[in-house]
Design a protein. Structure first.
Length: 179
């Protein structure tokens, strides 16, 4: 019995150690602000950690709709333009999920609105492809380029034309005249 207990305790200890490096990611994913703050107080660099698939605490907080965590991370000046392995950023994640208020926060924090992922797509490309005119308009108003082509040679404007989304086409034309 003593051997079994020792094995179980050893396994449990190794399990906890293996998870320790992921604590910041889980705290951001789950929205545990107290834990994020505690980890920051212990080691401020933890907020700029890069985890599985290149995800940062900010990318995970955005993708999981944790505005209070996003606010905290942005107040600590984390890099708002860090890319995950796919090249996606927090801004692209907020756009994909349709979180208008997070898109606004990220833009105000200095997110590069024309930053492209590994496929050459921008946040505006995703806003157009998902038909999110509110986000597309916010991006256009901040200077997003509706003619910036992705790796397949298509721009957000091209996608709007392909989808026959006249509202989006008109919006992109308005933005294109600013370029």
């Amino acid at each position: 019995m003593k051997q079994i207990l020792t094995i179980v305790l050893t396994f449990f200890s190794f399990s906890l150690m293996a998870q320790e490096g992921d604590d910041i990611f889980e705290a951001c994913r789950s929205g545990n602000l107290a834990e994020v703050k505690a980890m920051y107080n212990k080691d401020p660099d933890t907020l700029n950690s890069v985890g599985y698939k290149g995800y940062t605490p900010l990318i995970l907080a955005v993708y999981n709709n944790r505005p209070e965590i996003v606010d905290f991370l942005l107040s600590k000046k984390v890099d708002v333009n860090t890319k995950a392995n796919s090249g996606n950023t927090a801004l692209i994640g907020a756009t994909l999920r349709g979180y208008v208020y997070l898109v606004d926060k990220l833009i105000k924090a200095g997110a590069d609105i024309n930053q492209q992922n590994n496929d050459g797509a921008t946040a505006l490309t995703f806003a157009v492809n998902f038909g999110n005119t509110t986000i597309a308009e916010a991006l256009i108003d901040m200077g997003a380029n509706p003619h910036l082509a992705d790796n397949s040679g298509k721009s957000p404007h091209d996608y709007a034309v392909f989808e026959e989304n006249q509202t989006m086409i008109d919006l992109l034309k308005k933005g294109g005249s600013k370029q």
